[in-house]
Design a binder for this molecule. Structure first.
Ligand code: GUN
Length: 282
């Protein structure tokens, strides 16, 4: 069986084109355009790359983009003050504080300071709680992008065994709930899971967000599985995912590449969330 590619780059560019058309109409009508504020604290090289990509994507679709690059030594109070100011700014419809924050800052407190109506990442407990309850909310970008990609390619979810490797608040937990809402039978695995491969081998849909390069190998995957690789690991040889693509593609029916799979979808969903918040709350 030939393994097909879940082409995140292509699907994301279609989303971005659709958003650009809508923003053009908004601008032509003379209204304030959607605005996204991105806050980066310190000089984490990966975060700088991600923030650069987000800013570029915003500009390309015609959003206003407000970048706040604060020094590593920023205090909790300074950061909370900035968030408070952005909460009140009528030109800002989405606020994104890039994670991880430097160690001396309290991430939870910062996330909770963002008004849920501007929490474009969907990380505020109010949004995460609504997600778990199955209520309308802002859905975190990477999980939303994964679901969009599966839907685009007509991957059936109902009744399937879905296994999620990774239990972060950003990816693992929310994607598990979204799969559950689509009536998959969901198992969440993590670093303490025993006999991981016995579980991954049962997956019809395998979502991997473990943060370990080439962690999932061919023998851990069921024949015909749909494999979604959320990992972005920077090795000397280049970017690699958490899945050993060359081996796993010999068994899977569908697979996301790295790069060009989930990554572009995350950015497209950030744009979609910003536009949704603009339409719902401004
Ligand atoms: N760090 C890694 N992924 C993300 C994300 O989606 N949003 C934010 N704010 N920080 C991240």
């Amino acid at each position: 069986m030939e393994c097909k590619i879940l082409d995140g780059k292509k699907v994301a560019s279609e989303v971005r084109e659709r958003i650009a058309v809508m923003v053009k109409e908004i601008r032509e009508s003379g209204k304030v355009p959607p605005g996204l504020a991105v806050v980066l604290v310190g000089d984490n090289p990966a975060s700088k790359v991600y923030v650069g990509q987000k800013e570029k994507a915003c500009k390309e679709v015609g959003f206003e983009s407000f970048l706040y690059h604060l020094p590593e030594a920023t205090t909790q109070e300074e950061l909370l003050n900035l968030v408070g100011q952005l909460n009140e700014d009528p030109n800002v419809h989405g606020i994104l504080v890039q994670l991880p924050l430097p160690k001396h800052l309290n991430e939870t407190e910062v996330i909770e300071a963002i008004r849920p109506e501007k929490d474009v990442d969907g990380f505020h407990p109010m949004n995460l709680g609504k997600l778990v309850a199955g209520l309308p909310c802002t859905v975190p970008c990477t999980p939303k992008g994964i679901m969009h990609l599966l839907e685009y390619y007509g991957i059936e979810i109902e009744g399937k065994n879905a296994v999620v490797v990774g239990r972060s608040n950003i990816v693992g937990k929310p994607v598990a709930h979204l799969l559950l809402q689509k009536n998959a039978t969901v198992t969440i695995c993590h670093s303490r899971t025993r006999n991981l491969e016995d579980i991954t081998k049962e997956a019809d849909i395998l979502v991997v967000a473990a943060g370990r390069p080439h962690f999932i190998t061919q023998h851990m995957v069921k024949k015909g599985a749909v494999v979604v690789d959320v990992g972005i690991n920077r090795l000397e040889s280049g970017l690699v995912g958490d899945v050993d693509f060359d081996g796993v593609r010999l068994r899977a029916s569908w697979i996301t590449p790295v790069p060009g799979g989930v990554g572009p979808m995350t950015i497209a969903m950030l744009l979609e969330n910003t536009l949704e918040m603009y339409e719902r709350f401004s």
